[in-house]
Design a protein around this ligand. Structure first.
Ligand code: ATP
Ligand code: MG
Length: 560
């Protein structure tokens, strides 16, 4: 064990103790076991960071294992996306890529072994009957009438199940444990079901498929996983996993449960996420409003920020819900360090500088990232006609409004002081243009006479501006807990109808013409933005707002 390592959560404490007592010969081996029935989400990221992180910290290994025991729900599209997402998050499983289906043969042999030991039997009850016989939390179950079949009969029937002699759902193989056990998982659980379905890896080879509970622990054992980390809902499955391992007499991994990640204003159920995709409530799994890894990637989140978030929230034994603000805070912290600042105007208001010479252009120096001097500076063109944000002008400014208003002087970022001298309106009475004057002595943004202005606003030179589509995202749901709905409604009732606002013609400073899909920027005073990887065209970029800025300007805006 490395000397710098110090436990920062209860799982690390267990691992350190196991290393100290040499429980697994000093080995630590974890795995991340997704079912390829959907795309990975931020909850999976927590599990990935935990499993790969433990192995990294304590010099161990992590396997990637696809838990592909449900052929009708699984697909290679999901397999590929999961591998891409784990890699993007910054983790590597080396040559240890496995599938539960790799072990179907071995698992079948194990089942035969349990039948031979009188510990498993073929049951002819239907699914409904099986449920009925199972009892409840307060009532013991009833033995299946098929429970006492002879070993010979069980073996014969099981082989015939495998050979495809029986219809789907007509028979199961069940473990013979205890129908009165207080833990329902121990009441003769089903190990195999008959399912004549094509599997994305084994094709039509199998028409019986192992249940998850019969598969998972044995897979861990076969891979000699030392610490099998899973979420809390598997805590009462652990006695069953331990029972299988003990009856088979094979290597015993240690299961440790932790609390799954829940986040406000979003959902983490793959079934619901799939429903959003299928019903086209979002544009796909990678819609930037989705809590999926690919959605976050497209939105502009960085793997570093997601890892920092997972680190920050820690690992606990009780379920809780993390505020989305915590995730957004982690994204801001990271982008603040790495994203270059640029100027963009989302809702343009034309400004004509009356005393600026026609046809002249001035090149002003702007700092790329005040947090990172090595990012250097760039030139931003200034000319007679500019765009500013409509929000940065008020004809009758409320108290505490420090931006542009008639007769008021403000600083244009990196440029000059300007003063509004006239307002041009259209027939409807809307402000369509401001006439301003500039003070040429304030070049760079400071007055030699020491005169101060209260507001600084961003701008873009009209003739040099590039047009872009900009997509502003809000939470996908308008309730912290989207599952909180009245009787008869579903989570869809809480979808936020305003989760996407599209701005068709934002104006960007010319340096953004070189932006490549995936590039991230801070649009000064507006937030962090990322050039969309799917819809950006050469010369016509599309920007996604990754996250807003938390600044006094935004607060003032809400108050006024
Ligand atoms: P389901 O089994 O219902 O399809 P799942 O979310 O459990 O959904 P898996 O693909 O089985 O999906 O999950 C892979 C791993 O990720 C599991 O070890 C699981 O415990 C972990 N995991 C899933 N969701 C979360 C979450 N919200 N927080 C932390 N870990 C999670
Ligand atoms: Mg699962």
């Amino acid at each position: 064990m490395s000397t710098e390592a110090r436990a920062s959560n209860f799982i690390e404490e267990i691992v350190e103790e196991d290393l100290r007592t040499n429980k697994y010969g000093g080995r630590i081996h974890t795995r991340f076991p997704p079912e390829p029935n959907g795309y990975l989400h931020i909850g999976h990221a927590k599990s990935i960071c935990l499993n790969f992180g433990l192995a990294q910290k304590y010099g161990g290994l992590t396997n990637l294992r696809f838990d592909d025991t449900n052929p009708t729900k699984e697909d290679t599209e999901y397999v590929d996306s999961i591998m891409a997402d784990v890699r993007w998050l910054g983790f590597d499983w080396g040559d240890r890529l496995f599938y539960a289906s790799d072990y179907f043969e071995q698992l079948f042999d194990y089942a035969v072994r349990l039948i031979e030991a009188g510990k498993a039997y073929v049951c002819d009850l239907s699914a409904d009957q099986t449920r009925e016989f199972r009892g409840t939390l307060t009532q013991p179950g009833k033995n299946s009438p098929y429970r006492d079949r002879s070993v010979g009969e069980n073996l014969d029937l099981f082989l015939r199940m495998k050979a495809g002699e029986f219809l789907d759902g007509t028979r199961t193989l069940r473990a013979k444990i205890d129908m009165a056990h207080p833990n329902l998982n121990m009441r003769d659980p089903v190990m195999y079901r008959i399912l004549h379905a094509h599997h994305h890896r084994t094709g039509d080879k199998w028409c019986i498929y192992p249940m998850y509970d019969w598969t998972h622990g044995q897979n861990d054992s076969q891979e000699r996983i030392t610490h099998s980390i899973c979420t809390l809902e598997f805590e009462n499955h652990r006695p069953l996993y331990d029972w299988f391992i003990k009856e088979l007499g094979i290597f015993a991994p240690q299961q440790i449960e932790f609390a799954r990640l829940n986040l406000t204003y979003t959902i983490m159920s793959k079934r619901w996420l799939l429903q959003l995709v299928k019903e086209k409530r979002v544009t796909g799994w990678d819609d930037p409003r989705m809590p999926t890894i690919c959605g976050f990637r497209r939105r502009g989140y960085t793997p570093e920020a997601i890892r920092a978030f997972c680190d920050r929230i820690g690992v606990a034994k009780f379920n809780s819900t993390i505020d989305m603000q915590v995730l957004e805070g982690a994204i801001r912290d990271d982008l603040n360090r790495r994203a270059n600042r640029v100027m963009a105007v989302l809702r343009p208001l034309k400004v004509v500088i009356e005393n600026y010479p026609d046809g002249q252009t001035d090149e002003l120096e702007a700092i790329n990232n005040p947090e990172d001097p090595s990012a250097g500076t760039r030139k931003v063109p200034f000319s007679k006609t500019l765009y500013i944000e409509q929000d940065d002008f008020r004809e009758t400014p409320p108290k505490g409004y420090y931006r542009l208003a008639p007769g008021v002087e403000v600083r244009l970022r990196y440029a000059y002081f300007i003063k509004c001298v006239d307002v041009v309106k259209n027939a409807a009475g809307e402000v369509v243009e401001l006439r301003c004057t500039y003070d040429p002595t304030t070049r760079g943004g400071n007055a030699p006479d020491g005169r101060k202005v209260k507001g600084t606003i961003h701008w873009v030179s009209a003739q040099h501006a590039h047009s872009a589509e900009v997509r502003l995202y809000d939470y996908l749901f308008n309730k912290p807990d989207p599952s909180d709905v009245p009787e008869g409604e579903t989570f869809l009732a809480n979808l936020n109808p305003n989760s996407l606002e599209t701005i068709a013609d934002a104006k960007l400073e010319p340096s953004l013409a070189a932006a490549k899909p995936g590039d991230r920027f801070q649009f000064e005073r507006l937030g962090y933005f990322c050039a969309d990887t799917k819809d950006s065209q050469p010369g016509k970029p599309v920007f996604n707002r990754t996250v807003t800025l938390k600044d006094t300007w935004a607060k003032l805006e809400r108050k006024s």
